[in-house]
Design a protein around this ligand. Structure first.
Ligand SMILES: *Cc1c(COP(=O)(O)O)cnc(C)c1O
Length: 236
């Protein structure tokens, strides 16, 4: 008899292979062959066994959106790096501070200060990304393009935090301008040489736009649906 798990989760193996193949092709097409593009598996609503199937395929990075859900699942994951990528309330930083390698969704001084405080208390330095609301959408979190530099100047004073780059969620169906504007911002900030800020990671691209994101400089794509299938229940 077939092992029921390997039968059930074969789709993850195939999806992962397709994503790798598509990224490789995008890199060739857009002259980025020598660049590294990391693939994050976004786990929201996905059962830990299925997440583990992705880790078995070669996924080395998970993306978590919700504190509560992460806390209930983390003990069941095989060893793997985790980044927090969802909206994070200041009063919940304490629950994740020791279980994540990076917080990608920092968009205020207040949140940065709490991360800094708890990082120092736990004898560590937390890597973060600044989340940019690149489409200037009222409904979305993230700091607007013009407020990124002022925020970086504040955050760079915090010894418990190291800024590693930018994260963004372009509006669905955005044309290339949005991606170009994000890439320009990233490149501009690189030249500023702000202490404690290194612009190494441009985290952009999800299931619907990762190839386009690779075209415009992404080096970390965050994939949920195309890896695990459509999410079964509504997101909160
Ligand atoms: C859900 C989510 C993703 C993945 O979205 P898919 O379209 O399912 O690939 C990526 N980034 C963030 C911040 C998310 O919340």
């Amino acid at each position: 008899m077939d092992d029921i798990n390997s039968v059930n989760f074969q789709f993850v193996v195939e999806n992962y292979r397709d994503i790798c193949y598509n990224i490789q092709n995008a890199k060739i097409k857009y002259n980025r062959e020598s660049d590294n593009v990391d693939i994050m598996a976004v786990t929201k609503t996905v059962a830990p066994e299925i997440v583990n199937a992705a880790i078995d395929c070669g996924i080395t990075l998970l993306g978590e959106n919700r504190v509560q859900e992460f806390m209930s699942k983390k003990d069941f994951y095989r060893p793997c790096d985790v980044h927090f990528i969802g909206h994070l309330q200041t009063n919940k930083v304490k629950y994740i501070i020791n279980d994540v390698k990076m917080i990608q969704s920092v968009d205020s001084v207040k949140l940065a200060e709490e991360i800094n405080r708890l990082a120092l208390k736990n004898d560590r330095v937390m890597d973060i990304l600044i989340e940019v609301n690149i489409g200037e959408e009222l409904s979305k979190s993230g700091v607007s393009r013009n407020n990124v530099l002022p925020l970086l100047n504040e955050v760079s004073k915090l010894p418990g935090i190291r800024v590693k780059g930018l994260m963004a969620i372009p509006p669905i169906g955005s044309d290339d301008d949005i991606y170009i504007s994000l890439k320009d911002l990233f490149e501009q900030l690189k030249t500023k040489n702000i202490p404690g800020v290194s612009m190494e990671i441009l985290s952009v691209g999800m299931s619907g736009d990762y190839e386009k994101a690779v075209k415009y400089g992404s080096n970390l794509v965050r994939i949920g649906t195309k890896l695990f299938g459509a999410r079964k229940y509504m997101e909160v």
